[in-house]
Design a binder for this molecule. Sequence first.
Ligand code: CAA
Ligand code: NAD
Length: 303
Amino acid sequence: LSRGLASSASSFAPIKHVTVVGGGLMGSGIAQVAAQSGHEVVLVDVNEKVLEKSKAAIQKNLSRVAKKQFKDDAAKGDEFVNKSLNNIKLSTDLPSTVKNGTDLVVEAIVEKIEVKHKLFSSIDDVAPQHTIFATNTSSLSVTEIASVTKRKDRFGGLHFFNPVPVMKLLEVIRTKDTSDDTYTTLMAWGKAVGKTAITCKDTPGFVVNRLLVPQLAEAIRMMERGDASFQDIDIAMKLGAGHPMGPFELADYVGHDTTNSIIEGWHQKYPDNPLFEPVKALQKLVKEGKLGVKAGEGFYNYK
Ligand code: CAA
Ligand code: NAD
Protein backbone atom coordinates (compact mmCIF):
# COMPACT_ATOMS: atom_id res chain seq x y z
CA LEU A 1 0.00 0.00 0.00
CA SER A 2 1.23 3.49 -0.69
CA ARG A 3 0.19 6.66 1.03
CA GLY A 4 -2.08 7.44 -1.92
CA LEU A 5 -4.14 4.28 -1.43
CA ALA A 6 -5.04 5.08 2.14
CA SER A 7 -8.27 6.88 2.82
CA SER A 8 -8.06 10.64 3.31
CA ALA A 9 -8.99 10.31 6.98
CA SER A 10 -6.19 7.81 7.51
CA SER A 11 -2.79 8.62 8.95
CA PHE A 12 -1.28 5.50 7.38
CA ALA A 13 2.33 6.04 6.34
CA PRO A 14 4.98 3.46 5.57
CA ILE A 15 7.59 2.61 8.20
CA LYS A 16 11.07 3.93 7.45
CA HIS A 17 12.88 3.97 10.78
CA VAL A 18 12.73 0.93 13.05
CA THR A 19 13.98 0.43 16.61
CA VAL A 20 14.52 -3.22 17.55
CA VAL A 21 14.91 -3.83 21.30
CA GLY A 22 16.80 -6.99 22.27
CA GLY A 23 19.70 -8.22 20.14
CA GLY A 24 19.33 -11.92 20.95
CA LEU A 25 18.31 -14.74 18.65
CA MET A 26 15.11 -13.05 17.45
CA GLY A 27 15.99 -9.35 17.69
CA SER A 28 19.15 -9.74 15.64
CA GLY A 29 17.16 -11.57 12.96
CA ILE A 30 14.44 -8.89 12.95
CA ALA A 31 17.06 -6.12 12.69
CA GLN A 32 18.67 -8.03 9.82
CA VAL A 33 15.54 -8.45 7.70
CA ALA A 34 14.57 -4.81 8.30
CA ALA A 35 18.04 -3.57 7.28
CA GLN A 36 18.18 -5.90 4.28
CA SER A 37 14.96 -4.38 2.97
CA GLY A 38 16.28 -0.82 3.22
CA HIS A 39 14.98 0.37 6.60
CA GLU A 40 17.05 2.49 8.93
CA VAL A 41 17.46 0.34 12.03
CA VAL A 42 18.67 0.96 15.55
CA LEU A 43 19.30 -2.21 17.54
CA VAL A 44 19.16 -1.70 21.31
CA ASP A 45 20.40 -4.01 24.05
CA VAL A 46 21.63 -3.75 27.62
CA ASN A 47 25.37 -3.45 26.90
CA GLU A 48 27.98 -3.06 24.14
CA LYS A 49 29.25 -6.60 24.55
CA VAL A 50 25.87 -8.15 23.68
CA LEU A 51 25.47 -5.71 20.79
CA GLU A 52 28.85 -6.64 19.31
CA LYS A 53 27.79 -10.29 19.45
CA SER A 54 24.49 -9.44 17.75
CA LYS A 55 26.31 -7.55 15.00
CA ALA A 56 28.68 -10.47 14.39
CA ALA A 57 25.68 -12.84 14.13
CA ILE A 58 23.93 -10.49 11.70
CA GLN A 59 27.06 -10.21 9.55
CA LYS A 60 27.40 -14.01 9.41
CA ASN A 61 23.74 -14.52 8.52
CA LEU A 62 23.81 -11.73 5.91
CA SER A 63 26.71 -13.54 4.26
CA ARG A 64 24.62 -16.72 4.13
CA VAL A 65 21.83 -14.79 2.42
CA ALA A 66 24.30 -13.11 0.04
CA LYS A 67 25.84 -16.46 -0.90
CA LYS A 68 22.41 -17.68 -1.94
CA GLN A 69 21.07 -14.52 -3.59
CA PHE A 70 24.26 -13.51 -5.41
CA LYS A 71 25.93 -16.84 -5.95
CA ASP A 72 27.42 -15.82 -9.32
CA ASP A 73 28.49 -12.32 -8.29
CA ALA A 74 30.59 -12.12 -5.12
CA ALA A 75 31.11 -8.35 -5.47
CA LYS A 76 27.35 -7.73 -5.51
CA GLY A 77 27.04 -10.05 -2.51
CA ASP A 78 29.63 -8.02 -0.58
CA GLU A 79 27.83 -4.82 -1.53
CA PHE A 80 24.53 -6.27 -0.21
CA VAL A 81 26.16 -7.26 3.10
CA ASN A 82 27.85 -3.86 3.58
CA LYS A 83 24.80 -1.86 2.58
CA SER A 84 22.59 -3.84 4.96
CA LEU A 85 25.09 -3.54 7.83
CA ASN A 86 25.34 0.20 7.24
CA ASN A 87 21.59 0.46 7.80
CA ILE A 88 22.04 -0.80 11.38
CA LYS A 89 23.16 1.39 14.27
CA LEU A 90 23.71 0.03 17.77
CA SER A 91 22.61 1.67 21.02
CA THR A 92 22.25 1.00 24.73
CA ASP A 93 20.02 4.06 25.25
CA LEU A 94 16.45 3.17 24.32
CA PRO A 95 14.61 6.36 25.43
CA SER A 96 16.99 8.63 23.44
CA THR A 97 16.78 6.39 20.38
CA VAL A 98 13.00 6.50 20.42
CA LYS A 99 12.86 10.21 21.22
CA ASN A 100 15.08 11.01 18.22
CA GLY A 101 12.31 9.77 15.95
CA THR A 102 11.31 6.24 15.06
CA ASP A 103 8.24 4.93 13.24
CA LEU A 104 8.16 1.47 14.82
CA VAL A 105 9.54 -0.14 17.99
CA VAL A 106 9.77 -3.94 17.87
CA GLU A 107 10.41 -5.46 21.29
CA ALA A 108 12.22 -8.83 21.39
CA ILE A 109 13.52 -9.05 24.97
CA VAL A 110 12.98 -11.75 27.61
CA GLU A 111 9.56 -13.42 27.81
CA LYS A 112 8.59 -11.88 31.17
CA ILE A 113 5.58 -9.58 31.38
CA GLU A 114 7.01 -7.35 34.14
CA VAL A 115 10.22 -6.73 32.13
CA LYS A 116 8.22 -5.94 28.98
CA HIS A 117 5.96 -3.60 31.00
CA LYS A 118 8.98 -1.74 32.36
CA LEU A 119 10.37 -1.32 28.85
CA PHE A 120 7.20 0.04 27.24
CA SER A 121 6.51 2.32 30.24
CA SER A 122 9.98 3.83 29.83
CA ILE A 123 9.32 4.97 26.25
CA ASP A 124 5.60 5.73 26.04
CA ASP A 125 5.96 9.38 27.07
CA VAL A 126 9.07 10.13 25.01
CA ALA A 127 8.08 8.38 21.75
CA PRO A 128 6.64 10.54 18.96
CA GLN A 129 2.84 10.46 18.67
CA HIS A 130 2.81 8.42 15.46
CA THR A 131 5.24 5.73 16.67
CA ILE A 132 3.81 2.21 16.69
CA PHE A 133 4.86 -0.24 19.43
CA ALA A 134 5.00 -3.97 18.71
CA THR A 135 6.00 -7.04 20.67
CA ASN A 136 7.48 -10.29 19.36
CA THR A 137 6.12 -12.25 22.34
CA SER A 138 5.65 -16.00 21.77
CA SER A 139 3.02 -16.65 24.37
CA LEU A 140 2.03 -13.61 26.44
CA SER A 141 -1.09 -11.55 25.85
CA VAL A 142 -0.37 -8.54 23.61
CA THR A 143 -3.29 -6.71 25.25
CA GLU A 144 -1.73 -7.22 28.69
CA ILE A 145 1.67 -6.04 27.46
CA ALA A 146 0.09 -2.93 25.90
CA SER A 147 -1.95 -2.18 29.04
CA VAL A 148 0.77 -0.01 30.61
CA THR A 149 0.85 2.39 27.63
CA LYS A 150 -1.37 5.25 26.53
CA ARG A 151 -1.14 4.14 22.89
CA LYS A 152 -3.14 0.92 22.87
CA ASP A 153 -4.47 1.88 19.42
CA ARG A 154 -0.89 2.05 18.14
CA PHE A 155 0.14 -1.30 19.60
CA GLY A 156 0.17 -4.78 18.04
CA GLY A 157 2.01 -8.08 17.95
CA LEU A 158 4.63 -8.89 15.32
CA HIS A 159 5.48 -12.56 15.84
CA PHE A 160 8.48 -13.74 13.80
CA PHE A 161 9.86 -17.27 13.59
CA ASN A 162 13.30 -18.69 14.20
CA PRO A 163 15.51 -18.42 12.12
CA VAL A 164 14.04 -15.03 11.18
CA PRO A 165 15.99 -14.54 7.92
CA VAL A 166 14.74 -17.92 6.63
CA MET A 167 11.20 -18.41 7.97
CA LYS A 168 8.74 -16.68 5.67
CA LEU A 169 5.82 -16.19 8.07
CA LEU A 170 4.91 -13.18 10.18
CA GLU A 171 1.90 -13.27 12.49
CA VAL A 172 0.37 -9.82 12.92
CA ILE A 173 -1.62 -9.76 16.16
CA ARG A 174 -4.48 -7.36 16.37
CA THR A 175 -5.90 -6.64 19.81
CA LYS A 176 -9.38 -5.17 20.34
CA ASP A 177 -7.70 -1.75 20.67
CA THR A 178 -5.36 -1.91 17.64
CA SER A 179 -6.55 0.73 15.15
CA ASP A 180 -7.16 0.05 11.47
CA ASP A 181 -4.24 2.32 10.55
CA THR A 182 -1.87 0.48 12.87
CA TYR A 183 -3.00 -2.90 11.59
CA THR A 184 -2.65 -1.82 7.93
CA THR A 185 0.79 -0.35 8.61
CA LEU A 186 2.01 -3.53 10.35
CA MET A 187 0.71 -5.79 7.55
CA ALA A 188 2.39 -3.58 4.94
CA TRP A 189 5.66 -3.54 6.89
CA GLY A 190 5.60 -7.35 7.10
CA LYS A 191 5.40 -7.47 3.33
CA ALA A 192 8.14 -4.84 3.02
CA VAL A 193 10.54 -7.01 5.04
CA GLY A 194 9.81 -9.96 2.76
CA LYS A 195 7.41 -11.96 4.92
CA THR A 196 3.97 -13.38 4.29
CA ALA A 197 1.84 -11.80 6.98
CA ILE A 198 -1.26 -13.40 8.46
CA THR A 199 -3.73 -11.86 10.90
CA CYS A 200 -4.34 -13.35 14.36
CA LYS A 201 -6.45 -12.44 17.34
CA ASP A 202 -4.74 -12.00 20.68
CA THR A 203 -5.25 -15.60 21.84
CA PRO A 204 -2.62 -17.81 23.61
CA GLY A 205 0.08 -18.79 21.10
CA PHE A 206 -1.73 -17.05 18.22
CA VAL A 207 -1.82 -19.61 15.37
CA VAL A 208 1.53 -21.37 15.08
CA ASN A 209 2.52 -21.78 18.73
CA ARG A 210 -1.02 -22.73 19.77
CA LEU A 211 -0.69 -25.73 17.44
CA LEU A 212 3.07 -26.34 17.63
CA VAL A 213 3.73 -26.21 21.39
CA PRO A 214 1.05 -28.80 22.34
CA GLN A 215 2.43 -30.99 19.55
CA LEU A 216 5.97 -30.79 20.96
CA ALA A 217 4.57 -31.56 24.44
CA GLU A 218 2.59 -34.52 23.10
CA ALA A 219 5.71 -35.93 21.39
CA ILE A 220 7.61 -35.75 24.70
CA ARG A 221 4.72 -37.44 26.54
CA MET A 222 4.82 -40.18 23.89
CA MET A 223 8.51 -40.74 24.68
CA GLU A 224 7.77 -40.68 28.43
CA ARG A 225 5.16 -43.42 27.97
CA GLY A 226 7.82 -45.48 26.17
CA ASP A 227 5.75 -45.79 22.97
CA ALA A 228 8.82 -45.01 20.83
CA SER A 229 12.30 -43.56 21.25
CA PHE A 230 12.71 -39.82 20.67
CA GLN A 231 15.03 -40.56 17.74
CA ASP A 232 12.34 -42.71 16.09
CA ILE A 233 9.63 -40.10 16.74
CA ASP A 234 11.84 -37.54 14.95
CA ILE A 235 12.40 -39.89 12.01
CA ALA A 236 8.67 -40.60 11.89
CA MET A 237 7.59 -36.95 11.72
CA LYS A 238 10.25 -36.09 9.12
CA LEU A 239 9.64 -39.04 6.82
CA GLY A 240 5.98 -39.69 7.57
CA ALA A 241 4.69 -36.13 7.85
CA GLY A 242 7.28 -34.20 5.85
CA HIS A 243 8.35 -31.91 8.70
CA PRO A 244 11.82 -30.32 8.19
CA MET A 245 12.79 -31.19 11.79
CA GLY A 246 11.38 -33.81 14.14
CA PRO A 247 9.70 -32.54 17.36
CA PHE A 248 12.76 -33.27 19.53
CA GLU A 249 15.15 -31.58 17.09
CA LEU A 250 12.79 -28.61 16.95
CA ALA A 251 12.37 -28.44 20.74
CA ASP A 252 16.19 -28.45 21.08
CA TYR A 253 16.33 -25.70 18.44
CA VAL A 254 13.70 -23.44 20.07
CA GLY A 255 15.21 -23.94 23.56
CA HIS A 256 13.64 -25.90 26.45
CA ASP A 257 13.53 -22.87 28.75
CA THR A 258 11.36 -21.08 26.19
CA THR A 259 9.02 -24.02 25.53
CA ASN A 260 8.76 -24.94 29.22
CA SER A 261 7.93 -21.41 30.31
CA ILE A 262 5.30 -21.13 27.57
CA ILE A 263 3.60 -24.34 28.77
CA GLU A 264 3.86 -23.43 32.48
CA GLY A 265 2.52 -19.92 31.80
CA TRP A 266 -0.47 -21.24 29.88
CA HIS A 267 -1.09 -23.94 32.52
CA GLN A 268 -1.24 -21.29 35.25
CA LYS A 269 -3.74 -19.26 33.24
CA TYR A 270 -5.79 -22.20 31.91
CA PRO A 271 -5.34 -25.01 34.49
CA ASP A 272 -8.17 -27.12 33.04
CA ASN A 273 -6.75 -27.43 29.53
CA PRO A 274 -4.99 -30.84 29.32
CA LEU A 275 -2.95 -29.66 26.31
CA PHE A 276 -1.16 -27.21 28.60
CA GLU A 277 -0.23 -29.78 31.29
CA PRO A 278 3.46 -29.31 32.29
CA VAL A 279 5.82 -31.94 30.86
CA LYS A 280 8.17 -33.71 33.30
CA ALA A 281 11.01 -34.48 30.87
CA LEU A 282 11.06 -30.85 29.79
CA GLN A 283 11.18 -29.55 33.37
CA LYS A 284 14.06 -31.96 34.09
CA LEU A 285 16.10 -30.73 31.11
CA VAL A 286 15.61 -27.12 32.20
CA LYS A 287 16.69 -27.96 35.78
CA GLU A 288 19.83 -29.64 34.43
CA GLY A 289 20.62 -26.67 32.16
CA LYS A 290 20.26 -28.86 29.08
CA LEU A 291 18.43 -26.16 27.16
CA GLY A 292 19.02 -27.49 23.66
CA VAL A 293 21.27 -26.39 20.80
CA LYS A 294 22.26 -23.11 22.50
CA ALA A 295 23.52 -24.99 25.58
CA GLY A 296 25.30 -27.71 23.61
CA GLU A 297 22.92 -30.36 24.92
CA GLY A 298 19.21 -31.08 25.05
CA PHE A 299 17.60 -34.30 23.91
CA TYR A 300 20.60 -34.56 21.57
CA ASN A 301 24.23 -33.74 22.24
CA TYR A 302 25.73 -30.90 20.15
CA LYS A 303 29.19 -30.72 21.79
N1 CAA B 1 20.27 -16.83 8.62
C1 CAA B 1 20.35 -16.90 7.28
N2 CAA B 1 20.26 -18.09 6.60
C2 CAA B 1 20.09 -19.21 7.33
C3 CAA B 1 20.00 -19.22 8.73
C4 CAA B 1 20.09 -17.95 9.38
N3 CAA B 1 19.99 -17.84 10.71
N4 CAA B 1 19.81 -20.49 9.17
C5 CAA B 1 19.79 -21.27 8.07
N5 CAA B 1 19.96 -20.50 6.96
C6 CAA B 1 19.95 -20.92 5.57
C7 CAA B 1 21.14 -21.78 5.23
O1 CAA B 1 22.22 -20.97 4.82
C8 CAA B 1 20.61 -22.65 4.12
O2 CAA B 1 20.73 -21.97 2.87
P1 CAA B 1 20.87 -22.82 1.50
O3 CAA B 1 19.53 -23.45 1.27
O4 CAA B 1 21.22 -21.79 0.51
O5 CAA B 1 21.97 -23.79 1.75
C9 CAA B 1 19.14 -22.82 4.43
O6 CAA B 1 18.82 -21.79 5.37
C10 CAA B 1 18.87 -24.15 5.05
O7 CAA B 1 19.73 -24.33 6.16
P2 CAA B 1 20.58 -25.63 6.46
O8 CAA B 1 21.02 -26.29 5.18
O9 CAA B 1 21.62 -25.29 7.47
O10 CAA B 1 19.62 -26.60 7.23
P3 CAA B 1 18.18 -27.10 6.88
O11 CAA B 1 17.96 -27.34 5.45
O12 CAA B 1 17.96 -28.19 7.85
O13 CAA B 1 17.23 -25.89 7.29
C11 CAA B 1 15.92 -24.80 8.91
C12 CAA B 1 17.29 -25.29 8.54
C13 CAA B 1 15.51 -23.67 7.98
C14 CAA B 1 16.04 -24.26 10.33
C15 CAA B 1 14.88 -25.97 8.78
O14 CAA B 1 15.37 -27.10 9.44
C16 CAA B 1 13.52 -25.64 9.34
O15 CAA B 1 12.71 -25.00 8.68
N6 CAA B 1 13.24 -26.08 10.61
C17 CAA B 1 12.03 -25.77 11.28
C18 CAA B 1 12.15 -24.41 11.93
C19 CAA B 1 10.90 -23.99 12.64
O16 CAA B 1 9.90 -24.68 12.72
N7 CAA B 1 10.96 -22.76 13.20
C20 CAA B 1 9.90 -22.23 13.96
C21 CAA B 1 10.16 -22.51 15.40
S1 CAA B 1 8.84 -21.93 16.42
C22 CAA B 1 9.14 -20.27 16.57
O17 CAA B 1 10.08 -19.71 16.11
C23 CAA B 1 8.08 -19.53 17.30
C24 CAA B 1 8.27 -19.35 18.74
O18 CAA B 1 7.67 -18.39 19.24
C25 CAA B 1 9.01 -20.29 19.62
P1 NAD C 1 17.23 -14.01 23.72
O1 NAD C 1 17.46 -14.39 25.15
O2 NAD C 1 18.06 -14.66 22.66
O3 NAD C 1 17.43 -12.41 23.55
C1 NAD C 1 16.89 -11.46 24.41
C2 NAD C 1 17.79 -10.23 24.37
O4 NAD C 1 17.13 -9.15 25.04
C3 NAD C 1 19.13 -10.42 25.09
O5 NAD C 1 20.19 -10.03 24.23
C4 NAD C 1 19.04 -9.49 26.31
O6 NAD C 1 20.29 -8.92 26.69
C5 NAD C 1 18.07 -8.43 25.79
N1 NAD C 1 17.37 -7.70 26.83
C6 NAD C 1 16.80 -8.18 27.96
N2 NAD C 1 16.22 -7.18 28.65
C7 NAD C 1 16.41 -6.05 27.93
C8 NAD C 1 16.05 -4.67 28.11
N3 NAD C 1 15.35 -4.28 29.17
N4 NAD C 1 16.42 -3.78 27.16
C9 NAD C 1 17.13 -4.15 26.08
N5 NAD C 1 17.50 -5.44 25.86
C10 NAD C 1 17.15 -6.36 26.77
O7 NAD C 1 15.67 -14.23 23.46
P2 NAD C 1 14.92 -14.55 22.07
O8 NAD C 1 14.86 -16.02 21.87
O9 NAD C 1 15.48 -13.66 21.02
O10 NAD C 1 13.42 -14.10 22.45
C11 NAD C 1 13.03 -12.73 22.50
C12 NAD C 1 11.52 -12.63 22.43
O11 NAD C 1 11.06 -13.24 21.22
C13 NAD C 1 10.75 -13.32 23.56
O12 NAD C 1 9.59 -12.60 23.85
C14 NAD C 1 10.39 -14.68 22.94
O13 NAD C 1 9.27 -15.25 23.53
C15 NAD C 1 10.12 -14.27 21.51
N6 NAD C 1 10.27 -15.34 20.50
C16 NAD C 1 11.22 -16.30 20.61
C17 NAD C 1 11.35 -17.27 19.61
C18 NAD C 1 12.41 -18.36 19.70
O14 NAD C 1 12.32 -19.34 18.95
N7 NAD C 1 13.42 -18.23 20.54
C19 NAD C 1 10.52 -17.23 18.49
C20 NAD C 1 9.56 -16.20 18.37
C21 NAD C 1 9.43 -15.26 19.41
